[in-house]
Design a protein around this ligand. Structure first.
Ligand code: NAP
Length: 434
């Protein structure tokens, strides 16, 4: 899927290292910019990758992640490739240094260098910002959130056969109730909206003093997201894409999500997909991705009872949030669940959990979510060999039962190790390609 230049002479897209000055960040002089040509990433040998360390436990998990990634890249490619890391500021560290929670140049760096990774960020209390994480997704239009959920051998699980689950949750990131269009009970605004709905729209069932939220879902927003999920399935050899929706009740939002999903699939991927309905009429699934749809509540049951029937689960924003945590619980919990927020221009990989402030600076939490997000990032770059080494290392560390507290408390006979200790154990269990 990605073209991977190995040396500068043969790479017509290789550029001189970036020389523009950022006020609060240093651009690594030995790095080069990732570019896009005809829709494909052009990755130099030393791509500049901006990272946000994150708040709370962010510095603990970031330093371990960086060490694990650097080691895997070195073992996979020797001195031929390396990541040129560039720290960019966000959250409390940014506020202390610049007086801003999210300086504009952080967005600029993510736009310019195209691939970024971040630790969790605290939402500033009373700062007028709903969430820094949501802001990053909105400003950079990272419209799909990708969360693969698969069991790693040895991982504790409440399920009898956790290896049966291997899904990728593709959650829409910009619309739905999550867009945050809501008014609190008792406010003038809520009353105004209620009056409008009652007097002008004929709505009769909104009680006095109701808080009100709006659930916008558009054809363009849903179609680009569903199309990205089908493209992902094609690129990653998945054979099923399921549109998850509650269209039986919310017909013009969730129901339309399903309809627009089928529409865009037929418009743009007619050769690659067959719908489930077409298979009932006798169409072959040979070499095709089967596109079906399921009601959201049934999917929560299906991922427990018949998980092997599902590959990519394409969801609206809110249900995708619920579903990805429910699936993560089957494979070791949030500490082992990676994620990426992806748009047409930029991809930002991130731990799915928060800043867990009570553990900040204690070097105890599980770095697995951020490390596995880095694995997704390496795959996105086309550096699959390094990604595989990290997964091998994690399997080795978990197999040896050298794990952080959250996993240790779920396993018999395990040894509790620190955040950095887990990283060292992952490295000790990595093989080598070079
Ligand atoms: P949280 O930080 O995810 O922590 C909740 C609990 O999850 C922790 O107390 C811990 O459970 C467990 N946990 C989280 N990360 C872990 C890890 N790496 N290893 C092991 N266990 C882990 O959720 P929160 O306390 O609700 O949120 C705290 C702050 O994070 C808030 O400001 C919130 O806005 C922010 N947040 C940011 C993001 C993001 O940056 N993407 C996402 C969610 C929340 P135990 O105590 O049981 O061990």
């Amino acid at each position: 899927m990605f073209r991977r230049p190995f040396n500068h002479d043969s790479d017509p897209f290789w550029k001189e290292p970036h020389m523009a000055s950022y006020k609060h960040s240093n651009v690594p002089e030995d790095g080069a910019t990732i570019t896009v040509e005809k829709g494909e990433l052009q990755v130099p040998e030393r791509p500049i990758i901006p990272y946000i360390e994150g708040d709370g436990i962010g510095p603990d998990i970031w330093s371990t992640t960086q060490r694990v990634v650097d080691e895997a890249v070195a073992r996979a490619y020797g001195r031929q490739r390396a990541i040129a890391w560039m720290e960019v500021l966000a959250g409390e560290k940014a506020f202390q240094k610049t007086g801003e929670w999210l300086p504009e140049e952080t967005f600029e760096a993510m736009r310019e260098f195209r691939v970024a990774i971040k630790g969790p960020l605290t939402t500033p209390v009373g700062g007028g910002i709903r969430s820094l994480n949501v802001l990053i997704r909105q400003v950079l239009d990272l419209y799909s959130c990708i969360r693969p959920v698969r069991w790693i051998k040895g991982m504790p699980s409440p399920m009898k056969e956790p290896d049966r689950l291997d899904v990728v949750i593709f959650r829409e990131n910009t619309e739905d109730l999550y867009a945050g269009i809501e008014w609190a009970s008792g406010t003038k605004e809520a009353e105004k909206v209620r009056n409008f709905l009652i007097n002008e729209m004929g709505v009769t069932n909104i009680r006095e003093l109701a808080g009100i939220g709006i659930k916008p879902m558009s054809p363009s927003g849903c179609k680009r997201h569903v199309a990205a999920s089908i493209r992902y399935a094609i690129d990653h050899g998945r054979t099923t894409v399921t549109l998850v929706h509650k269209g039986n009740i919310m017909k013009y939002t969730e129901g339309s999500f399903r309809d627009w999903g089928y529409e865009v699939a037929k418009e743009r991927f007619r050769e690659e997909i067959v719908t489930e309905e077409e298979t009932w009429e006798g169409k072959s699934t040979e070499g095709k991705i089967v596109l079906n749809d399921r009601i959201t509540d049934s999917v929560f049951q299906q991922v427990m009872l018949r998980p092997e029937e599902y590959g990519v689960l394409t969801t609206p924003n809110l249900s995708g949030d619920f579903l990805s945590d429910a699936c993560a619980a089957q494979i070791g919990g949030l500490g082992m669940a990676p994620g990426a927020n992806v748009g047409d221009e930029v991809a930002c990989f991130e731990a799915t959990h928060g800043t867990a402030p009570k553990y900040a600076g204690k070097n105890v939490v599980n770095p697995g979510s951020l490390i596995l997000s880095a694995v997704m990032m390496l795959e996105h770059l086309g550096w699959d060999e390094a990604a595989e080494l990290i997964v091998e290392g994690i399997e080795g560390a978990v197999g040896a039962k050298q794990v952080t507290y959250d996993l240790e408390r779920q396993m018999d006979g395990a040894t509790k190790v620190s955040t950095s200790g887990f990283g060292e154990s992952i490295i000790a269990h990595m093989g080598s390609w070079a």
